[in-house]
Write a protein that binds this ligand. Structure first.
Ligand code: AMP
Length: 556
């Protein structure tokens, strides 16, 4: 087991930090948090081997916030991140955890944005500076004393920083910091170059690593689906249409997520309930009993609440949120495939979590195959199959019980048997979409589910891409639609595009319209006026390490 503490309270963090953590809905520290927080709180240098998805940001943010002095209006902690996207994400996390610490401010320092306001925020006394190395060096060239008061340094994703060629910048930054500072280094991998940095710049560091001993997973068919965080609920609903499950457990990270997802499922007619640490023990037992005897089919749980849950009916596990470590992945999916039965486990992976997927594959020694969301044809086939299965047992004797009534209705209404059967079907299926066209109309666009290639089965049906082109969202007046070949599969989210265009294009937020991220491309609405010069300005812009190459998009 990886989570054996009695929650975050055991760390003795500043109560204001604990209150902010409680407000996020986290129930238990993740493995990396469990190990790192006490070490960083105690002021030690540390090397943490962990990747995105393990909860590593909070693992350093919480103890660093605990150690700073809010009364001192000067930079006290510096977090270095390889990219602007990560710097923004880390800065936002710090803001969340510092919400109840009056006087604590955070500044994000990265390229592409004007330097003046960043320097001003530092000089105005932001205690937490989250920066990319390149831009921070630009600031140091202007004012070499700017970091003189920093006594905590965190290198986040250190291996990525080196890959991006920030070695020299890091050396400049190390020199500008007090030698007495605390240094914490997080890295997914520890190649020789990282070890060398640690040797030169860390003092007697403690090592923290999530144990990744090989785990065996048998009798469980595993698959993953690439999806953006905000599309998870609709992805889950689509998957449920085609998965042939008996009982199912879904894992999410927060209490709130258990409630939100369970109510979305209930609204669609599933017998679902939430299971989280806030729910009283006797109520939890009732939920589990209901799952056992079929009054419930789906339970949406946090890891903590699902401890010890053993229900042989469970045929499927959906990992809606990524587990923190491979061990808890194996533990979660072990809920299915009980008593030698076959089970199926599905893992939703956001673009940034792909690396965690690789770790899981390595540790379990198994490939977790990629699946795509079912297309309309698959949903139709599944719905018809369910209908067939529900009618087949009735056909045997319904004629003897209802045959005479049928004859009478045909006579009374004066219609053909086919017309009457169709009317009864319409009534029995309660408005459910049962044609391809109707299913396509009801399905929300789940962009990154677009098949990469048209499937053979789709024949001459238009694929999703065609449909989108045929029915584009109307453009607001004065806006032009632009396209980039970067999409979800490049690890792009709408906020990355927004950040890049705002920073490098010098636009106001209101000037940018809808941003749609698809699997292999993205669309952005920009002002028509001045479009050409804006595109020229963005010519060399890079997002997630790749050239943006934004072009006007013509819908014909
Ligand atoms: P990270 O690995 O830092 O990128 O974090 C991954 C995600 O996990 C973020 O969305 C965090 O908000 C979330 N998270 C971090 N710690 C916890 C926790 N103890 N419980 C639930 N969610 C968490």
């Amino acid at each position: 087991m990886t989570q054996e503490t009695g929650g975050f309270a055991a760390f003795n963090l500043n109560p204001n930090i604990l209150a902010a953590v409680a407000a996020t809905g986290y129930e238990e520290p993740s493995a990396i948090q469990h190990q790192s927080i006490p070490i960083i709180m105690a002021g030690h240098d540390m090397i943490g081997q962990a990747q995105t998805g393990t909860g590593k940001t909070a693992a350093f943010a919480l103890p660093i916030l605990h150690r700073i002095d809010p009364a001192k209006r000067e930079p006290q902690a510096l977090i270095l991140a390889p990219t602007r996207e990560l710097a923004l994400q880390v800065a936002t996390a710090f803001e969340t955890y510092a919400k109840q610490m009056p006087g604590v401010t955070v500044v994000a320092v990265y390229g592409g944005a004007p330097m003046g306001p960043q320097l001003k925020a530092i000089r105005n006394g932001a205690q937490i500076v989250v920066a990319t190395p390149g831009r921070l060096c630009d600031h140091l060239r202007r004012d070499e004393k700017v970091l003189a008061t920093v006594n905590h340094l965190v290198l986040d994703e250190a291996d990525e920083m080196l890959k991006l060629g920030f070695m020299d910048d890091l050396e400049v930054i190390f020199k500008s910091l007090p030698a007495t500072r605390q240094t914490v280094l997080f890295s997914a991998t520890l190649p020789q170059s990282i070890r060398a940095i640690a040797e030169r710049h860390l003092r007697d560091p403690q090592h923290v690593k999530i144990q990744t001993k090989t785990q065996t997973v048998t009798a469980i068919e595993q698959a993953h689906l690439l999806v953006h965080a905000d599309q998870k609920t609709s992805a889950v609903l689509s998957l449920l249409e085609v998965e042939d499950f008996d009982a199912l457990i879904m894992f999410v990270r927060t209490k709130q997520a258990t409630l939100d997802l369970a109510s979305a499922l209930e609204a669609k007619g599933y017998k679902a309930a939430a299971l989280n640490g806030d729910i009283a023990q006797n109520q939890r037992e009732r939920v589990i009993d209901s799952l056992k005897d079929g009054r419930l089919d789906i339970v949406v749980a946090t890891d903590v609440a699902a401890r010890g849950l053993d229900v042989p009916r469970i045929t499927h596990v959906f990992n809606v949120d990524m587990p923190y470590d491979p061990e808890s992945y194996v533990h979660r999916i072990g809920r299915t495939g009980r008593a030698g039965r076959e089970g199926r486990a599905l893992l939703l992976v956001t673009p940034r979590e792909r690396r965690m997927l690789q770790v899981i594959e390595r540790v379990t020694g198994q490939k977790v195959a990629e699946v795509r969301l079912p297309d309309a044809q698959a949903v139709l086939d599944a719905r018809i199959k369910k209908l067939t299965n529900s009618l087949t047992p009735l056909v045997a004797d319904a004629e003897s019980t209802h045959g005479d009534l049928l004859d009478r209705l045909i006579a009374d209404i004066g219609c053909s048997p086919r017309a009457l059967a169709a009317a009864l079907l319409r009534k029995a299926t309660n408005g459910q979409a049962l044609t391809l066209a109707a299913i396509e109309r009801e399905r929300p666009l789940v962009p990154n589910s677009a098949p990469r290639e048209r499937s053979e089965r789709s024949g001459d049906r238009p694929d999703r891409g065609d449909r989108e082109r045929r029915a584009p969202v109307p453009l607001a007046e004065g806006r032009a639609r632009c396209r980039t070949a970067l999409g979800a599969r490049d690890g792009i989210a709408a906020k990355n595009l927004l950040g890049a265009i705002l920073n490098e294009g010098g636009l106001a937020r209101e000037a940018i319209g809808r941003i749609q991220v698809r699997d292999s491309f993205s669309l952005v609405e920009l002002p028509e006026v001045g479009l050409e010069s804006l595109l020229a300005k963005l010519k060399d812009t890079r997002v997630a390490g790749k050239q943006l190459k934004l072009r006007r998009y013509r819908e014909d």
